[in-house]
Design a protein around this ligand. Structure first.
Ligand code: SF4
Length: 348
């Protein structure tokens, strides 16, 4: 069971809350050019369809800031602009509907500009995310204990805005080593009440990134630390959102469908991996507990699906659909998904 959640202040990204007693949110970052408006809208819609809560887009130039405005008009989710340190782009992103900014105040030295930006953020009620990545620590921290340096640097970034009255601040410390990442976030969590954005940075490929993120994010969440999470993968953005949701679900921090699938063996009669993946995507947006089994043979599959709400025990030409652990119907494999989806729609 997850330990008591750390108490943090609450901020709002549009109408979605981060921190306080708000559900822990899952976010992802688009990996197409922001100027590719159709491409961005398509990715956002795919992310929304699997239950991603928040989406970040890079705003590296004026053209991207303009495109950001077009994109935010075409989608339902509040968008976060990843600006880093340009005041001009920060203001342009705000003008174009950004509901949260990611800034990198380590590189911001013009206090007049910071004050002006803070005032505008306060007026708009738009929060800012600041923080530090393992690879981007300022030279002055070299030689210091790395965990202490990360915490000190992150707090210093928050102070840049806090000094001008900004309260809506989310802080992130990210490191590519999940253990260093956890140590730094624990320390940060103990000394401030900022809502924390948790993730393992540069986690890697689908395989390696999932393992590092599940451990790195999972252990912090299990200790009650973390208000919004991002799984960073060198893979399709939808994988990031699905993985984030699965981490929360596994820790009992979010309800949803759980697709269990057999590992397959010499008795397997159907493509279990394809079916399970397809069902996982189709059920990703379900927000209530639902156990779904995908088993590769009727003989053992029917028994193994007994504790499922819904299940499939696949046969070579005909497969069994299970409901509440019992045989519901036997259908041809051509009709399998259609029948399964119809039953799913009935019970959710
Ligand atoms: S359910 Fe059937 S196919 Fe799957 S691992 Fe068990 S015996 Fe093999």
């Amino acid at each position: 069971m997850v330990m008591n959640r750390r108490v943090s202040r609450k901020v709002y990204v549009g109408d979605i809350a981060i921190g306080g007693d708000a559900p822990i949110t899952v976010q992802s970052m688009l990996n197409v050019k922001t100027t590719d408006i159709d491409g961005c809208v398509a990715q956002i819609n795919r992310l929304e369809s699997v239950g991603c809560d928040l989406i970040r887009l890079a705003v590296p130039d004026e053209a991207s800031a303009e495109a950001f405005g077009e994109i935010s008009k075409r989608v339902g989710l509040p968008l976060i602009a990843d600006v880093h340190y340009s005041y001009k782009l920060a203001h342009a992103a705000l003008k174009n509907g950004a509901k949260k900014l990611r800034m990198n105040p380590g590189n911001m030295t013009d206090f007049g500009e910071i004050e002006e930006l803070s005032k505008r953020l306060i007026d708009l009620g738009v929060p800012v995310r600041v923080g530090v990545n393992g690879g981007s620590l300022a030279p002055k921290y070299r030689g210091m204990n790395e965990v202490d340096a990360l915490v000190e640097s992150a707090l210093e970034c928050a102070d840049v805005f806090e000094k001008y009255g900004m309260r809506n601040i989310v802080v992130a410390i990210k490191h590519s080593d999940p253990l260093v990442n956890a140590a730094a976030n624990r320390k940060l969590a103990a000394v401030c009440d900022y809502p924390l954005h948790i993730g393992v940075t540069e986690a890697g490929t689908l395989r390696s990134g999932l393992v590092k993120s599940a451990i790195g994010i999972g252990m912090l969440l299990n200790e009650g630390i973390g208000d919004t999470i991002r799984v960073s993968l060198s893979a399709d953005v939808v994988e990031e959102a699905l993985a984030g949701k699965k981490i929360l679900q596994t820790l009992g921090l979010r309800e949803g469908a759980d697709v269990v699938a057999c590992p397959t063996c010499a008795r397997t009669q159907i493509d279990v991996s394809r079916l399970a993946n397809e069902i996982e995507i189709k059920t990703a947006n379900i927000n209530k507990p639902l156990k779904i089994s995908v088993l590769g043979c009727p003989l053992n599959g029917i028994g193994e699906g007994r504790d499922s709400d819904l299940g499939i025990a696949g046969g070579e030409t005909r497969s069994v659909i299970l409901k509440d652990g019992e045989i519901f119907e036997t259908v041809s494999n051509e009709q399998l998904m259609q029948k399964f989806e119809a039953l799913l729609a009935e019970i959710i």
